[in-house]
Design a protein around this ligand. Sequence first.
Ligand SMILES: Nc1ncnc2c1ncn2[C@@H]1O[C@H](COP(=O)(O)OP(=O)(O)O)[C@@H](O)[C@H]1O
Ligand SMILES: [Mg+2]
Length: 299
Amino acid sequence: MVYGPEGCGKTAWLRQSAELLRDLGFDVIYINPIERDFLAEVGIEDIRRRLIEILREATDNAWIKAAWAVIDLTRELVKAGRGRIAVLIDDAFQAIGLDRAATYVKGGLLGLIEHPPETYERIIAIAATSEGLSRWEIGRHRWASLLTMWNMPREGFKQLYDQVPGNKPGFEEVWKLTGGNPSLLARLYRESWDTNLVMKRLIEEKKITPEFTNKWRKYLEDAINDPDTLWSPDIPEELINELVRRNLILYLMSDRDTRLWIDVPPPERDLELGIGRYVAWQSPLHREAVRRALESLKQ
Ligand SMILES: Nc1ncnc2c1ncn2[C@@H]1O[C@H](COP(=O)(O)OP(=O)(O)O)[C@@H](O)[C@H]1O
Ligand SMILES: [Mg+2]
């Protein structure tokens, strides 16, 4: 299971992986119920057709059905003797429901690997999510291995920044706003680099309401300066849950051992970017949105 901030590049990574795996001779099934996107590059045409059949009815329910059907269809691929299969499940927990996420991963994905209907050479099953709650739900079990993906590292992000056309703020400023989050880069570009506007939208999307802000002001003010203050045992669990549920922070950042991360781990601590050893803001802009909400209530 791969977990990481919203817009850090999970989908891009999975889609790139799909290409790579196909070139390595894998049958690849990719599905993303939230973006209503799928790909079935499989050696048996009938399986692709059946997936399309389910998705013909263009409803949320059809996508949930399809996510479950992917498991059965993959079993059929194994049964038919396809030896290399990759199942890439992108952001499906939101659609199938948090309560079902564990069943999906254990009964579905792990079941494929551990109880196949036929022998196979290799099965790769990956589920990606930016939902902090599903990360807990799955990550606490032994049967899923969790990898975290962070925003882009500085050098890669610089390459992306260089390709953005038109007048733009200097790289250093963009880096300090986004912390390397490519989706925020896209948003800033689309909003003509109006940071205030992007922040206002974040405040709305994340429901950073006056009630929320005032209730937790004492803790939030500290966390803005150093997110690791949220790691203290005195912090109410309710606040942590609220921040995780809104995807404002990552709580319990893994050790920066590269084997626990996809690509480059974030720095151990970088308070300018809002990254603590154990807790991190999803991006500096997420933190600034909270800061803005706190300040606007003071006046
Ligand atoms: N390595 C990368 N290079 C260039 N663009 C990227 C890269 N990773 C992600 N992006 C772009 O950034 C945006 C957000 O990425 P996405 O994969 O949708 O994030 P996530 O799935 O984690 O929410 C997309 O527009 C995507 O194309
Ligand atoms: Mg995605």
